[in-house]
Ligand binder design. Structure first.
Ligand SMILES: Cc1cc2nc3c(=O)[nH]c(=O)nc-3n(C[C@H](O)[C@H](O)[C@H](O)COP(=O)(O)OP(=O)(O)OC[C@H]3O[C@@H](n4cnc5c(N)ncnc54)[C@H](O)[C@@H]3O)c2cc1C
Length: 363
């Protein structure tokens, strides 16, 4: 489904040489040659045309919580999404909540929980914007956005059209979607519709949450209780952004949990794992990393691992993107040498065209 877009009548100014590090949670990276903001689909089209006229690439920035930006910055236009609005329409058992790409994700979770709408309560505390969540199908504590997304409205840069993509058309998988894979940079997400369940029940499926409520002898916690529990557990792991906690100067998990076939797993079992379909298992990357000699709190110059979680590579203060990538490379090599498993990075790398270290990490 698509529609031609009206031309934008006005658009904010395009700025030059804007430092990107302060716009990211890692706090690293050079400047954008050009920088603009878009608050509507026509403004996205106008910005795209502006960049195309100059033969410049365009990168879409959300909350900057899943990005490693090159020290040399980005030689093109960085467009930050500022589409804001939240609208809820009741439809019997479910409520459809439509949120602008520029809204804060955790603000939306808080809104849903306050309205007693179930489906995203376990995704509390994940930083970034609403528009960033479909990109890697964010997930945590037993939920992922793919299971509640109804549709995504985007600008298709290939066709210069507004399109509505159904849940199936987004091709979601574990920490993946077409937006991050085969159609990387093709779609600019403007708003997302979520189908949330009126009145709960809250999801308590993940081990940490089951243990948390087990200790409290609480069998059917409310949505608010689950949100509070997730925030508490995440804070203990340095996974809620907090300026006072240097362990949160990260992109969250740097590597995805690898899914491998059971035969490969048996070669080094016993080890923690989660059974998947098709005789495959998911192995916690954190466990593999620790077993390969990188403990939480590991330091490597200005970069290191969080003191609370071995999966978060942190900027300990003054780190460069190269420092972060060098450490990630060492970890990937150590895990491969020990287990024969090639860890894949979770964040998006910006401004690293043809960089051999980044190619190695992605391979
Ligand atoms: C402390 C911490 C904890 C985290 N915990 C989790 C977790 O539990 N689970 C999880 O899945 N992730 C987690 N993350 C990763 C991150 O928060 C999510 O991936 C988040 O959804 C990224 O959104 P963003 O708006 O910050 O996107 P950005 O980092 O700005 O961008 C990420 C990618 O999305 C694209 N993008 C962003 N907005 C749009 C748009 N409107 N249209 C098209 N493309 C867009 C960008 O171009 C880029 O490719 C964590 C990160 C941190 C720092």
């Amino acid at each position: 489904m698509g529609s031609d877009l009206p031309r934008a009548e006005s658009r904010g100014p395009i700025l030059q040489d804007v430092p990107l590090a302060p716009l990211t949670t890692l706090g690293i990276g050079g400047a954008a040659r050009w920088f603009g903001r878009a608050a509507s689909a026509p403004e996205v089209v106008a910005a795209d045309e502006w960049a195309a006229l100059r033969g410049a690439p365009m990168f879409v920035l959300g909350g900057g919580s899943n990005l490693v930006i090159a020290d040399r910055g980005f030689d093109g236009l960085v467009l930050q999404m500022q589409v804001s609005r939240v609208q809820a329409s009741d439809g019997g058992e479910n409520t459809i909540v439509v949120a602008g790409a520029g809204e804060s994700w955790d603000g939306l979770v808080a809104f849903a929980v306050s309205r007693n709408l179930a489906g995203i309560e376990c995704l509390s505390g994940i930083p970034g914007s609403v528009g960033g969540t479909p990109v890697q199908n964010v997930g945590a504590y037993g939920q992922e956005v793919a299971s509640v997304i109804e549709w995504v409205d985007a600008v298709d840069r290939l066709q210069q059209k507004a399109v509505r993509l159904s849940q199936a058309e987004c091709r979601f998988a574990y920490r993946q979607s077409r937006f991050k894979q085969e159609d990387e940079e093709r779609f600019v997400i403007c708003q997302v519709a979520f189908r949330l369940h009126n009145g709960g029940p809250a999801t308590v499926a993940y081990r940490d949450l089951i243990e948390y409520f087990g200790k409290q002898h609480l069998e059917s916690p409310s949505l608010q209780a689950v949100r509070d529990a997730v925030l508490t557990i995440r804070r203990g792991k340095g996974m809620v952004i907090d300026a006072a906690d240097p362990d949160t100067r990260s992109v969250g998990s740097f590597f995805m949990n690898p899914v491998i076939d059971r035969a490969a797993f048996e070669r080094f079992a016993p080890a923690p794992h989660y059974p998947m379909d098709n005789d495959a298992v998911k192995v916690p990357a954190a466990w593999l990393i620790e077993q390969s000699g990188f403990a939480r709190g590991h330091t490597d110059g200005a970069s290191g691992l969080s003191t609370k979680h071995p999966l978060a590579i942190v900027n300990r203060g003054g780190a460069t993107a190269r420092d972060i990538i060098r450490l990630a490379r060492r970890i990937k090599t150590a895990v491969f040498d020990r287990f024969g498993i090639a860890l894949r990075p979770e964040p998006v790398f910006v401004g690293f065209k043809d960089d051999p270290d980044v190619e190695y990490l992605r391979g």
